[in-house]
Design a protein. Structure first.
Length: 326
């Protein structure tokens, strides 16, 4: 059985890039290249191409008072009109409509869902301890900067830029980001120093303008996590990160949302002749798929030249942290 760990982070500055699983993997690969070299990075990526992944990652989730808030799965029970009373039909319809507006769930609710106890799961939203929970949110701020002319050391004309970093709301100061790690090959994970490299991703800085101090985190720690309801015989899986379908996943049906990413190569390649990636569709966190089997991982990593014709070695990770459900 794979080992699951929880990486806990404290945001120290504004955040300009979302903590999405594929983006975290991209940063991880750059740090691996810097710290242990190109050959080890190639070895690491080839393992994923051979369907022998070392580990998978979730998106960044928020945790407050030891309660982790997970994206609500997109599956809901169907609205049924079997009851004879008009009042009951209207009441059930309104409850179903309200349920669809919920965006996040707790770990206890997630485990009910994974275990297939959908009625208890849906009724849990009416419990006072769930209804009264305040879900931490990020607030968006406005920052403005100017480009400096290096000859005159003064601000250039018509070179004013604005951007909108995210911060934790003041009332949620004791909120942390957490990322779940599913270790699928412990020997390779340790041999390639994956945990230390992953920590350095956030210590150095994550996302846009990290060289200017944005995306700075304090790594609070990494700990074993064994509180998920692990399903060994199930009907499908829930993605907790950005997912690229793979033919061998044998998908039969799904409830999902998706995004189209218009990505750009990072670090030194951002200055290359063509730093732009091809557009790519990802199924997002909370997406659920039926396939009548249980595996430890799903998804794929793109083949070379699939996303960047001018930089054929570039790849995109679409193999997120997943949990099987009944």
């Amino acid at each position: 059985m794979p080992t699951i760990k929880k990486l806990k982070l404290k945001l120290k500055s504004g955040l300009l890039s979302e903590l999405q699983s594929d983006t975290i993997f991209g940063h991880f690969c750059w740090r691996m290249k810097e710290q242990i070299g190109d050959s080890k990075l190639s070895e690491f990526i080839n393992l994923y191409h051979e369907n022998k992944p070392v580990f998978t990652l979730s998106d960044g989730l928020l945790e407050k008072d030891n309660i982790v808030f997970f994206k609500k799965p997109y599956i809901n029970t169907e609205f049924k009109t079997e009851t004879k009373s008009k009042r009951e039909r209207i009441s059930n319809f309104l409850k179903q409509k309200e349920l669809k507006t919920k965006s996040h769930i707790t770990l206890d609710q997630l485990n009910l869902f994974l275990n297939g106890d959908i009625n208890t799961y849906e009724k849990s939203f009416d419990l006072p301890e769930i209804k009264d929970l305040k879900i931490p949110i990020l607030k968006q701020d406005l920052r403005v900067s100017v480009e400096i002319d290096r000859e005159t050391m003064s601000a250039k004309k018509s070179q004013l830029f604005s951007y909108n970093p995210n911060y934790i709301e003041t009332e949620f100061d004791d909120t942390y980001f957490v990322i779940f790690i599913k270790i699928l090959d412990e020997n390779k994970y340790n041999a390639l120093d994956c945990e230390d490299i992953l920590k350095s991703v956030f210590e150095i800085g994550f996302g846009k303008k990290k060289s200017s101090g944005y995306g700075q985190f304090e790594v609070v720690g990494v700990e074993d996590f064994n509180q998920f309801n692990i399903i060994n015989e199930g009907k499908g899986f829930l993605a907790l990160g950005n997912y690229l379908p793979y033919a061998k996943d044998n998908l039969q049906n799904g409830f999902y949302d998706y995004i189209v990413k218009y990505g750009k190569l990072g670090e030194s390649l951002s200055k290359s002749d063509n730093p732009f990636k091809k557009p790519m569709i990802f199924f997002t966190s909370g997406s659920c798929f039926y396939n009548n089997e249980c595996k430890d991982f799903y998804g794929r990593v793109t083949d070379n030249s699939e996303i960047s014709p001018s930089n054929s070695f570039a790849v995109q990770f679409g193999m997120p942290f997943t949990l099987n459900f009944k």
